[in-house]
Design a protein around this ligand. Structure first.
Ligand code: ZN
Length: 324
């Protein structure tokens, strides 16, 4: 069954290992593994690892790194152009699929690289970015990240952050609330006129981590037509950091019960973590999750929505705007 994964960090990994490529690698995601599981589209994050950029110039350096990663992604897609193409819209994805090709969507995970300049949003759009995660785990020009500190967690978007939300709506870019503070999450829901995604987040009531979504947040996101991609990072699944396919399925079922069948999606976070124990070793084994969820009683139609249909709907609603 066709699959859409809303988040992986594989392009970032490619930039860290000499000689690695997207067709076939030892990471969790490559084209061969994606093809083996019937992938329709993969969202590839240009992830800025701020922990490694200590200088005051971090946002400028990060912006250049993002542009380099976009270039790298395009080179990889061009090398395998019979199998994968960059998608800029819903129509691109459908066309690629009809040609038997995978679609690659490019995203930026760390909106701080805008560094207060809305024009950069236009540049990133022109370069092919179609989703932005406003924060990673640091405060930036847009807002504040998730935190165990309750007062900090309530901090909302900054004024520039509100402008970013409005401009992303206007351009036709998906806003991703994963990593944001709860205050930022609620502000995005208030200001966005389009559905919003949590590309890689789980249920806080099953695993009490600030990166996960409370039931109240799940309901509100679903009410706005949004979706959440279930994240495989073991420490977002349970405290022990040991996650089987069954454990991940529990999060899916909880998000289904609270948010409904139109809410659930996949956001593996593959190649974005190396801690904990995960039964699903790489993309080629993602069928284990499909089977585990199906065994819990979802119908064919609901499985189809979970695996790709809900993501397709949001891509259609947000990325159909042709602008700029
Ligand atoms: Zn992330």
């Amino acid at each position: 069954m066709r699959l859409i994964d809303l988040h992986c960090d594989t392009i970032w990994m490619l930039t860290r290992e000499e000689g690695a490529n997207l067709r076939n690698n030892c990471f969790c995601v490559d084209i061969e593994k994606l093809k083996s599981v019937g992938s329709m589209a993969q969202f590839f994050a240009c992830f800025i690892y701020l922990n490694e950029i200590a200088s005051e110039e971090r946002w400028e350096i990060g912006y250049q790194l993002a542009l380099d990663m976009i270039k790298r992604g395009k080179v990889e897609f061009a090398t395998c152009s019979d199998e994968i193409s960059l998608a800029l819209s819903y129509d691109d994805m459908v066309t690629n699929y009809a040609k038997g090709k995978l679609s690659a969507f490019l995203t930026v995970e760390e909106g701080g690289i805008l560094n207060g300049d809305l024009n950069r949003l236009q540049t990133l759009y022109d370069e092919g970015i179609r989703l932005i995660t406003p924060t990673w785990n640091h405060e930036n020009c847009i807002g504040y990240p998730n935190s165990k500190d309750e007062a900090f967690m309530q901090k909302g978007l900054k004024l520039f952050g509100i402008e970013v939300v409005e401009k992303m709506n206007q351009l036709g870019m998906i806003i991703d609330v994963s990593h944001l503070s709860d205050g930022g999450f609620w502000d995005v829901l208030t200001y966005s006129k389009k559905p919003v995604v949590a590309s890689h987040s789980n249920a806080r009531s099953l695993c009490s981590h600030p990166r996960n979504l409370s039931d109240e947040m799940i309901k509100a996101l679903a009410d706005k037509g949004g979706i959440a991609g279930v994240n495989f990072y073991p420490y977002f699944i349970n405290k022990a950091g040991k996650a089987t396919a069954e454990d991940i399925a529990e999060h899916v079922m909880h998000m289904y019960k609270v948010g409904g069948e139109d809410f659930i999606a996949v956001g593996t976070d593959f190649d974005g973590f190396d801690e904990g124990e995960l039964e699903i070793a790489h993309m080629g084994e993602i069928g284990k999750l499909y089977e585990a969820v199906k065994r819990r009683g979802l119908s064919e139609r609901q499985m189809e929505k979970f695996w790709s249909g809900n993501a397709m709907r949001v891509i259609n609603e947000v990325l159909s705007t042709h602008c700029g």
